[in-house]
Design a protein around this ligand. Structure first.
Ligand SMILES: *[C@@H]1O[C@H](CO)[C@@H](O)[C@H](O)[C@H]1NC(C)=O
Ligand SMILES: *[C@@H]1O[C@H](CO)[C@@H](O)[C@H](O)[C@H]1NC(C)=O
Ligand SMILES: *[C@@H]1O[C@H](CO)[C@@H](O)[C@H](O)[C@H]1NC(C)=O
Ligand SMILES: *[C@@H]1O[C@H](CO)[C@@H](O)[C@H](O)[C@H]1NC(C)=O
Ligand SMILES: *[C@@H]1O[C@H](CO)[C@@H](O)[C@H](O)[C@H]1NC(C)=O
Ligand SMILES: *[C@@H]1O[C@H](CO)[C@@H](O)[C@H](O)[C@H]1NC(C)=O
Ligand SMILES: *[C@@H]1O[C@H](CO)[C@@H](O)[C@H](O)[C@H]1NC(C)=O
Ligand SMILES: *[C@@H]1O[C@H](CO)[C@@H](O)[C@H](O)[C@H]1NC(C)=O
Ligand SMILES: *[C@@H]1O[C@H](CO)[C@@H](O)[C@H](O)[C@H]1NC(C)=O
Ligand SMILES: *[C@@H]1O[C@H](CO)[C@@H](O)[C@H](O)[C@H]1NC(C)=O
Length: 697
C-alpha cells in the first residue's frame, strides 16, 4: 500500500487542490452512500468517465443509480469558518480534506481533516438483514457523524446537513410538498411528490428511475442544540452566516427545480475538546403499497411489508432511527461473516468484490405482503429494462441468497410459480419475467414476454432444486412438480440442439447452437432427474437421468474444440475458432449432479488463462466485453489458480475502472470501460457469491 505522504505528493503533482485520500480495500467506480432499495439508491460517482472526482465526498453531489442528482449536503463550522464535507453547495466555503475512505459490506466510512483542528468520521450504513424481515422491510439508511478535536485545543463547532426535494421524483419540474414535525424525541423533515402517482416511476429512455409515490423523511434526535429550516439555498447560507437555523417552514410549495427547496438541520456541538457526541441522521422513505400483482385470486395491490409490523410511517421511522446500536452490531456481524468467509474462500481480492456487491444486490429486491399474510419478494431489473422478477436476473443473483437466506429465493420464485400455475401464461416454456416494468407484477397473459425458453426453463429447475437442497424443503418440489415436468419436456426437445434464440446475454444477439446455453438446458434435465428422485417419481427420474447422460456425452462432441491448442468449449457448435465463459457448468457443481465429467472442468481451467486480457476474460469471441457476475460463476468452477486469476482481475478492475457508475456487471476487459448506457447497479452482482454458495450448502 502507498503511504499517505507519497499519495499527497502525487496529489500535488496532479495539481489537485485537495490532499489525497486512501481508499480501502479499493476505490470503487461509485461509492455506495444510501443503497437500500431501487429508489433509495444513492452513490458518489467516482470514475472519470462519469465526471467523478476520484471518490471525494465534498465538492460533488451524490447521485441516484440513474444518474439524477439527489441533493444531500454536509457542512461544518469550526471557530466561525465554514467547510463543506458533502455535496456541492454554492456558498463559497472550502472543502474539508478527506484522508480515507473504507467500505465494508454494509458501510462506507470517510475520515476528514478540518484545518488540522478537528477530525470527522462520517459513516453511511445501509443495513442488510437477510434473516430479519421486520428490519429488512424498512427502506431507510443511516448517516452518523463523529467529531473530535485533534490539536488538543477546544474548538467551537456546529454541524449542518440537508436534503433537497430532488429525492421525491426523477422529474424536477413536478411540485414537491413538505412538512416538519417532532414525535417522541424525533424531529423530521417530510417531503413528497405533491401529486402522488401510485406504482409509477418517472421514465427516461424507457428506464424507470425514481418513484412517483411515497413519502421521504430526514430525521434526527430532538435536542436543545438542534435547529432546522425549510427554505431554498437560503437554508445553507443561514448556516454559513450564523451557524444555526431559524426553525421556520417556508410553505411555498413549488417545483423541485424552482428555487430548489432545501430541508436542513444544524446542531451546535458547542466547545469541542476531545470527542463530541455522535450525531445520527436517518434518510429514507415509506410507501404503503409496494407492488401490483395479478394472480388466480385476481388483481391485488400488495402492501409494503413494513406495514405488517408498524402502525404508521412515523413509528417505522422512529423504530429504525432508535435501532442504530442494534443495526451497527448486526451490520458488524454480517460484515465479519462475509469478510472471514470470503477471505477463507479466496483471499482479500475476493472480499473486495463480495463486500461491494452486498448492498447493491439486496437493494433491488422489495418485500410485499398479501392480506392472507403471505410474503413475497419482487425484484427490479435495475437499469437494463426494469422488468419485474426477471428469471435470468434472479439466476445470476441467486448465489448470494443461497449463502445468506435461501427462503428469500423461494419468496422471489413463488409469484413466478403462482402466475404460471394459474394458467395466466400461455407458453409451454418458462416465463421470462412477471411484468414489463417494476412495480407492476401483472404477468404476460398474451405470452409476449422476451423469449428465452431454454435459458429460463433451465434456470427455474436449477434454482428450485438449489433452494430445496439448501433448506431440506422437499415439499416445494412436489408442489411444483407438474409445472417443472412441463418445462423439462421443453428442454428434452430443445436443449441439445438449441434453436436460434437469445440467452441471458441478450445484448450479444441471437444465435443457434450455443454451447453454454445447451449445457444449461442439459443440467436442467439432470436437475429434474434429481427432483424426480427426491419426490419418489422413479420412472421419471431414471428417464431424465438417462436423457441427461446421453445429452452430455453428445454435447461434448458438439461443443468442444478438441483439436484446438489448448482444447476448450466453443461459443457455437462446430466453430472451433470461438470460445466463451462456460459459466453454466456452475449448476452441475452447485447441485452436485456430477453430470459433467471432471475432464471438462480441468480443460476449461487450463484454457481461460490463455485468453485473459488486462481486466478479465471476455464473455465470448463476439467482443472484448465481459460480465463480472459470470466471471465469478466461472471462477467457482475452476482450479484455484485460474479461480484466483478471475478474482484478481475483477478486483483490479474495481479499483482501476474509469467508469463512475454504480458497479456495472458489463465492462470491457481491455480498457476497463463501460460499453453501454445500461447494466449499472444490477442485482446480478449477487453472483459474485458463487464460491460462497458452494461452500454454504
Ligand atoms: C487541506 O490540505 C491542504 C494541503 O495540506 C491544506 O493546504 C489545506 O489548508 C487543507 N484544508 C483544510 C480545510 O484542512
Ligand atoms: C475515527 O476512526 C478512527 C479509526 O477507527 C479513530 O481512530 C478515530 O478516533 C475516529 N475519530 C472520530 C472523530 O471518531
Ligand atoms: C436519540 O434519542 C433516544 C431517546 O429518544 C436515545 O435512546 C438515543 O440514544 C438517541 N440517539 C442518539 C444518536 O443520540
Ligand atoms: C404500472 O401500471 C400502472 C397502471 O396500472 C401505470 O400507471 C404505471 O405507469 C405502471 N408503472 C410502470 C413503472 O410502468
Ligand atoms: C418562501 O420561499 C419562496 C420561494 O423560494 C420565496 O419567494 C419567499 O420569499 C419565501 N418566503 C419567505 C417569508 O422567506
Ligand atoms: C389480470 O389477469 C387477467 C388474465 O389472467 C387479465 O384479463 C387482466 O387484465 C389482468 N389485470 C391486470 C390489472 O393486469
Ligand atoms: C422420457 O421423457 C421423454 C420426454 O419427456 C418422453 O417423451 C418419454 O416418453 C419418456 N420416456 C419414458 C420411458 O417415460
Ligand atoms: C446446429 O448443430 C447441429 C448439430 O451439429 C447441426 O445439424 C445444425 O445444422 C446446426 N444448426 C445451425 C443453425 O447451425
Ligand atoms: C434415488 O436415487 C437413489 C440413489 O441412486 C436410489 O437408490 C433410489 O432408488 C432413487 N429413488 C427413486 C425414487 O428414484
Ligand atoms: C466462427 O466464428 C468466427 C468468430 O466469431 C466468425 O467470424 C465466423 O464467421 C464463424 N464461422 C462460421 C462458419 O460461422
Amino acid at each position: 500500500m502507498l503511504s499517505l505522504t507519497f499519495l499527497s505528493i502525487l496529489a500535488n503533482i496532479a495539481g489537485s487542490t485537495f490532499a489525497a485520500s486512501t481508499f480501502s480495500p479499493a476505490r470503487p467506480p461509485a461509492l455506495p452512500l444510501a443503497v437500500k432499495s431501487p429508489y433509495l439508491n444513492t452513490w458518489l460517482y467516482a470514475g472519470s468517465d462519469d465526471s467523478g472526482n476520484g471518490g471525494y465526498l465534498a465538492g460533488k453531489w451524490p447521485q441516484h443509480w440513474g444518474s439524477g442528482v439527489t441533493g444531500w449536503t454536509g457542512m461544518i463550522r469550526v471557530d466561525g469558518d465554514t467547510y463543506v464535507w458533502m455535496g456541492d453547495p454554492q456558498v463559497g466555503a472550502t472543502t474539508v480534506n478527506q484522508t480515507s475512505y473504507t467500505y465494508t459490506s454494509t458501510k462506507s466510512i470517510f475520515e476528514m481533516d478540518v484545518a488540522g483542528k478537528v477530525q470527522m468520521n462520517i459513516t453511511f450504513t445501509s443495513p442488510v438483514y437477510p434473516n430479519d424481515m421486520k428490519r429488512q422491510s424498512l427502506t431507510f439508511s443511516y448517516l452518523n457523524v463523529d467529531v473530535e478535536s485533534t490539536d488538543g485545543s477546544s474548538h467551537d463547532v456546529q454541524l449542518y446537513t440537508d436534503i433537497s426535494a430532488e429525492w421525491v421524483s426523477g422529474e424536477n419540474t413536478v411540485n414537491a410538498q413538505w412538512d416538519y414535525a417532532t414525535s417522541g424525541g424525533l424531529s423530521y423533515h417530510k417531503v413528497w411528490r405533491q401529486t402522488q402517482l401510485l406504482f409509477s416511476e418517472n421514465m427516461v429512455n424507457n428506464q424507470g428511475l425514481m418513484a412517483d409515490w411515497g413519502y421521504w423523511y430526514y430525521a434526527t434526535n430532538t435536542s436543545d442544540s438542534l435547529s432546522y429550516l425549510q427554505d431554498s439555498d437560503a437554508t445553507r447560507n443561514a448556516f454559513k452566516n450564523d451557524g444555526k437555523l431559524g426553525n421556520k417552514q417556508n410553505k411555498t410549495f413549488r417545483p423541485i427545480n424552482d428555487d430548489w427547496p432545501v430541508f436542513g438541520y444544524a446542531v451546535d456541538l458547542g466547545s469541542v475538546k476531545g470527542t463530541a457526541p455522535s450525531q445520527l441522521f436517518t434518510l429514507g422513505y415509506t410507501q404503503e403499497k409496494a407492488v401490483q400483482y395479478n394472480t388466480t385470486d385476481g388483481y391485488l395491490e400488495l402492501d409494503s411489508l413494513w406495514t405488517s409490523y408498524f402502525d404508521d410511517e412515523v413509528s417505522a421511522l422512529s423504530f429504525f432511527h432508535n435501532d442504530y446500536a442494534t443495526a451497527t452490531s448486526m451490520s458488524n456481524d454480517l460484515d465479519s461473516k462475509i469478510s472471514s468467509d470470503s477471505k477463507a474462500a479466496a483471499g482479500q481480492n475476493y472480499l473486495t468484490v463480495t463486500s461491494l456487491s452486498l448492498r447493491q444486490a439486496f437493494a433491488a429486491i422489495t418485500p410485499a405482503i398479501r392480506s392472507s399474510g403471505k410474503t413475497y419478494f419482487f425484484l427490479k431489473e435495475i437499469s437494463s429494462n426494469g422488468n419485474t422478477n426477471t428469471v435470468d436476473v434472479i439466476f445470476p443473483m441467486h448465489p448470494i441468497l443461497l449463502y445468506l437466506n435461501p427462503q428469500i429465493l423461494k419468496m422471489l420464485l413463488d409469484p413466478l410459480y403462482e402466475n404460471q400455475e394459474s394458467h395466466a401464461y400461455p407458453n409451454s416454456y418458462a416465463e421470462h419475467d412477471l411484468g414489463a416494468h417494476f412495480p407492476n407484477a401483472t404477468g404476460h397473459p398474451a405470452g409476449d414476454d422476451e423469449m428465452m425458453p431454454v435459458e429460463e426453463c433451465g434456470n427455474m429447475l436449477i434454482m428450485t432444486l438449489a433452494y430445496s437442497q439448501s433448506t431440506g424443503d422437499n415439499s416445494y418440489l412436489s408442489d411444483h412438480y407438474a409445472k417443472m415436468k412441463q418445462w423439462v419436456e421443453y428442454l428434452v426437445e430443445d436443449s441439445l440442439i438449441p434453436a436460434d434464440q437469445l440467452s441471458t446475454d441478450d445484448f450479444a444477439g441471437h444465435i443457434a447452437n450455443q454451447t453454454n446455453l445447451a449445457l444449461k438446458g442439459i443440467i436442467g434435465i439432470g436437475a429434474m432427474a434429481e427432483i424426480a428422485n427426491i419426490t419418489d417419481n422413479s420412472a421419471d427420474s431414471s428417464n431424465y437421468s438417462s436423457i441427461s447422460k446421453d445429452y452430455i456425452s453428445k454435447w461434448q462432441d458438439l461443443g468442444i474444440a478438441k483439436s484446438a491448442s489448448p482444447p476448450h468449449t466453443t461459443l457455437q457448435y462446430g466453430n472451433d475458432s470461438t470460445h466463451g465463459l462456460l459459466y453454466n457448468i456452475y449448476g452441475d457443481k452447485l447441485l452436485k449432479l456430477n453430470l459433467v465429467p471432471q475432464s471438462v472442468y480441468d480443460m476449461q481451467s487450463k484454457f481461460y488463462p490463455t485468453v485473459e486480457n488486462k481486466y478479465g476474460v471476455p464473455l465470448d469471441t463476439r467482443s472484448t466485453q465481459t460480465k463480472g457476475d459470470w466471471e465469478m460463476f466461472t471462477a467457482a468452477t475452476c482450479d484455484s489458480s485460474t479461480r484466483d486469476m478471475f478474482i484478481k482481475d475483477l478486483a483490479t478492475w474495481i479499483n482501476e475502472t474509469p467508469t463512475g457508475r454504480p458497479l456495472t456487471d458489463l465492462y470491457d476487459t481491455n480498457t476497463g470501460g463501460w460499453p453501454t448506457t445500461q447494466f449499472t447497479a444490477r442485482p446480478v452482482m449477487g453472483g459474485t457469491y458463487a464460491l460462497l454458495a458452494l461452500n454454504s450448502k
